[in-house]
Design a protein around this ligand. Structure first.
Ligand SMILES: Cc1cc2nc3c(=O)[nH]c(=O)nc-3n(C[C@H](O)[C@H](O)[C@H](O)COP(=O)(O)OP(=O)(O)OC[C@H]3O[C@@H](n4cnc5c(N)ncnc54)[C@H](O)[C@@H]3O)c2cc1C
Length: 390
């Protein structure tokens, strides 16, 4: 089949926007359909491992990203109760060893970079308030996308970048629903003023307990302190996977944690924060059907224990973008994308599952003897989606 004339990307999250920006830089004709009436990211941080940073460099965002992100010199894992340092991972040589830095950023800043980059090249490419509800293909082999507002759009090639509960995945690949992992995460940001004298406490820290974990790191050059508090719970009854959480609950659940963790929760001035149910599903056995494919959480939602969900969405986007640019035949390009991505993502998906079990094991002191970040997991970040063979 010749190159696709119009590419439809469903979902303007990190993965969908990364693909759109890459294709727009190559002058390709595309539309991004996003269900939200306004594009805004949640108030939370995101860690960007070197493989993600290399992908963002490919998209021309390297310098701007580094200007607004933080590069932690160390990542310290500590015992939840006594605060003892179990692992002190020095990040100073990461840039040199892995070919790019490990960065931590505000999700909204990353999202804005991607959206603004796309808008500067193709101002009309992003269409908001378009919730995809159905997909069919007509006799000529063109996809017909049906939206909640009753409108329709056509496309030669369809990419589902519509996240965990992907409609494209459901409509095109008919896969079972995601499964609740047994964990929830509360997320929030605390300002420098709220933290007061505590702001000077050093960089990125993780406190580990059996079945619970508390992560804190600065973003926007220390103007904000990001926290993510994970806990095992009995079940998830909410309709979606995100809902309002209450900081009083988080304070109760983490009341026995070391003060370097609790201080962030004490400083949080609001009553509400974000609460997420953590869901996972097996990566798709096939990523391509006809001229439709998926990327990011739509293809392989994973548990966040290795911080590789957004990173692999960016990798997917860069590899798919390169395949569509470098190979004229769209079927060939999609095949190469699937071949390049499936094996790697399966390995990371599995490593994320086992990483969580080890991080929140019965005896946190075990981590000092056998850390989760090893040569093997570090090796995952050597990957460069800009140069990987297709
Ligand atoms: C607590 C937590 C912490 C995390 N921390 C990290 C981290 O530090 N580093 C990291 O790399 N990853 C992290 N992740 C994972 C990361 O957030 C996700 O993997 C990543 O956001 C996936 O991006 P995506 O573009 O595939 O999907 P999403 O970000 O989910 O974007 C999907 C988009 O599609 C839109 N959409 C959905 N359905 C439709 C529809 N029917 N029609 C139109 N539009 C639709 C949505 O509105 C959304 O804009 C974390 C996840 C969690 C839960």
């Amino acid at each position: 089949m010749p190159a696709a004339d119009e590419i439809a990307i469903v979902g303007a999250g990190i993965g969908g926007l990364a693909l759109a920006l890459g294709l727009a830089r190559a002058g390709r004709n595309l539309r991004v359909y996003e269900q939200a009436p306004q594009l805004k990211e949640i108030g939370a941080g995101v860690s960007l491992s070197p493989n993600a940073v290399k992908g963002l460099r490919y998209l021309g965002l390297g310098e701007r990203l580094e200007a607004l992100a933080d590069e932690p010199p160390t990542q310290v894992t500590r015992h939840y109760a006594n605060g003892r340092v179990l692992v002190n991972f020095i990040r100073k040589r990461t840039r040199e060893q892995l070919g790019a830095p490990y960065l931590q950023a505000h999700r909204a800043d990353l999202h804005d970079l991607l959206r603004d980059g796309l808008a500067s090249l193709q101002p009309d490419a992003l269409v908001l308030d378009k919730e995809l509800t159905a997909v069919s293909d007509d006799a000529a082999g063109t996809y017909v996308l049906g939206f909640a507002d009753g409108s329709q759009a056509g496309a030669d090639l369809l990419v589902g970048a519509d996240g965990l509960k992907s409609t494209v995945r459901r409509e095109v690949f008919s896969e079972p629903e995601p499964e609740f992992s047994g964990f929830v995460a509360w997320r929030g940001l605390v300002t420098r003023d709220e933290l007061g004298a505590e702001q000077s406490r050093p960089g990125s820290m993780v406190f580990v307990a059996p079945g619970r974990m508390f992560v804190r790191y600065p973003v926007r050059q220390g103007a904000l302190q990001n926290f993510v508090a994970f806990s095992r719970v009995d079940g998830w009854t909410a309709e979606g996977w995100s809902q309002t959480g209450y900081i009083s609950t988080v304070r109760d659940v983490f009341a026995d944690f070391h003060d370097d963790a609790r201080v962030v929760l004490r400083a949080f001035s609001g009553e509400q924060c974000h609460k997420w149910g953590l869901f996972s599903r097996q990566p798709l056995p096939r990523w391509v059907r006809g001229r439709a494919t998926v990327l990011g959480d739509a293809a392989h939602p994973m548990l966040p224990w290795l911080g590789q969900g957004a990173a692999t969405a960016i990798e997917d986007a860069v590899i798919l973008c390169r395949a569509l640019i470098e190979f004229d035949d769209a079927d060939d390009a999609l095949r190469r994308y699937e071949n390049a991505r499936r094996g790697r993502v399966n390995v990371i998906h599995q490593a994320s599952l086992s990483g969580g079990k080890r991080l929140m094991q019965q005896d946190p002191d075990e981590l000092a003897r056998k850390p989760v970040v090893t040569e093997e997991t570090m090796g995952l970040s050597l990957y460069d989606p800009a140069t990987e063979a297709l």
